[in-house]
Design a protein around this ligand. Structure first.
Ligand code: ADP
Ligand code: ADP
Length: 229
């Protein structure tokens, strides 16, 4: 079964304005899919339907072959990981942040997640290492590092799909490259669906879904949609 499938999904908020119109797509169990489209196209709403924060008016949303309408919410929560744009950190230490969705993670799991997020060197240099308290300022983590830590945290949950809302802020090229690596690593383990704001992410994606006015305008690889460059 695909990691996520939308089949004829339509959705309106309470005021009745259609937000998604007959949207169908499916995501294989691995790989990075970029969802792009102008503001108001329905990208965030698509995420909210996958998480069942909203329910479709028509059509079905499936995760790992289960129609999520009938899935116990705890099960859905374990199948779907969400990395928010600003990736606010939880109070506590880096270790607690990494393991809150999987308290059974062992040292090897944690080390691997840190490596995938390219944070192993950074954490090794902190006097308290994994037990560094993040506090309000995130222990000096940059925006890109915060989002990578959030990716590592989500990977430790071992979800079927990771929903990632890419940071819109300008990132330096090293940070951007590290984020790109972290997304690629994550996409080797599960499906990653990213609301993409950066051209580099769109280029990196295995497939692109173009949403416009609540409809799927196109789905394909970068080359299929834009041509080689
Ligand atoms: P995107 O993420 O692509 O910018 P959204 O999914 O956030 O698009 O929004 C799609 C449309 O739904 C927009 O027209 C937006 O104004 C509307 N919308 C979003 N959230 C709500 C809400 N809670 N109530 C009513 N309309 C909403
Ligand atoms: P805005 O358009 O101002 O970003 P949103 O309504 O999109 O506001 O989001 C409000 C809050 O809910 C944000 O903190 C955001 O991170 C969170 N949020 C938005 N979408 C999701 C989602 N799909 N899953 C979990 N949290 C979400």
């Amino acid at each position: 079964a695909p990691a996520v499938a939308f089949d004829g999904v339509s959705f309106s908020y309470h005021d009745g304005t259609p937000v998604l119109r007959d949207v169908s797509f499916s995501l294989p169990r691995r790989g990075l899919t970029a969802i792009v489209g102008p503001s108001g196209a329905g990208k965030t709403t698509t995420f909210q339907l996958i998480e069942r924060f909203q329910r479709p008016d028509a059509g079905t949303v499936s995760v790992a072959g289960h129609d999520i309408a009938a899935l116990p919410l705890t099960e859905l929560r374990s199948l779907v990981g969400y990395v928010e744009q600003d990736a606010p950190l939880l109070r506590g230490t880096i270790r607690q942040n990494l393991t809150y969705a999987n308290p059974g993670a062992d040292a090897a799991d944690i080390a691997r997640a840190l490596r995938l997020a390219s944070l192993d060197d950074f954490v090794a240099e902190l006097p308290e290492g994994l037990d560094t308290e993040l506090g309000e300022r995130g222990a000096g983590l940059s925006g890109g590092q915060r989002q990578r830590l959030a990716i590592a945290r989500t990977l430790l949950q071992r979800p079927e799909v990771i929903l990632l809302d890419e940071v819109t802020a300008h990132l330096d090229s090293d940070t951007e490259a590290a984020l790109r690596d972290a997304m690629a690593e994550a996409a080797n383990e599960c499906a990653v669906l990213a609301i993409a704001h950066r051209l580099s992410t769109i280029r990196q994606a295995d497939r692109i879904i173009v949403l416009e006015g609540g409809r799927v305008r196109a789905i394909g690889t970068h080359q299929e949609l834009i041509g080689s460059d």
